[in-house]
Design a protein around this ligand. Structure first.
Ligand SMILES: Cc1cc2nc3c(=O)[nH]c(=O)nc-3n(C[C@H](O)[C@H](O)[C@H](O)COP(=O)(O)O)c2cc1C
Length: 117
């Protein structure tokens, strides 16, 4: 949610200025609850893409040999709410937070890029 404030200068009310949105970043890992079918993963991804886009959340989800590693970035209230849902999801267990806090500066700022093949 965008916080808006106005401020006073020489007794004049200046127009509201939208604050820069403070972005947070979450990294966690978990264990898929067996038996875990890939169809469940596809259904999850379909829903997650729509939800995340609607809430200005981005990131990535890795699924390797029954384990998840997810990075999610976005506005703190939306991120916090989604993490509550994710933690209660029966599809996985042993959800462990690796890091949670203000998003660190980009590793590859605009103009820089890396490739691997
Ligand atoms: C490993 C894992 C990652 C998930 N990541 C997301 C996500 O990024 N976005 C999302 O909306 N739901 C994600 N979910 C699903 C949520 O936990 C939850 O099921 C969903 O938000 C609520 O959907 P429902 O009310 O239809 O059950 C994830 C679930 C798991 C198990």
């Amino acid at each position: 949610m965008r916080r808006v404030w106005s401020y006073r200068l020489k007794n004049k009310i200046l127009p509201s200025i939208p604050s820069p949105i403070s972005l947070f970043q979450l990294v966690y890992q978990s264990q898929a609850t067996p038996p875990f079918a890939e169809a469940a993963l596809e259904a999850l991804l379909r829903k997650a893409r729509i939800y995340n886009q609607a809430h200005h959340l981005t990131g990535m989800l890795l699924y390797v040999e029954g384990r998840f590693l997810q990075v999610i970035e976005g506005p703190e209230p939306a991120l916090n709410h989604l993490y509550g849902l994710i933690q209660r999801d029966q599809l996985h267990m042993e959800v462990r937070t690796i890091s949670y806090g203000p998003k660190p500066p980009a590793l590859f700022p605009t103009g820089a890029w890396a490739t691997q093949w």
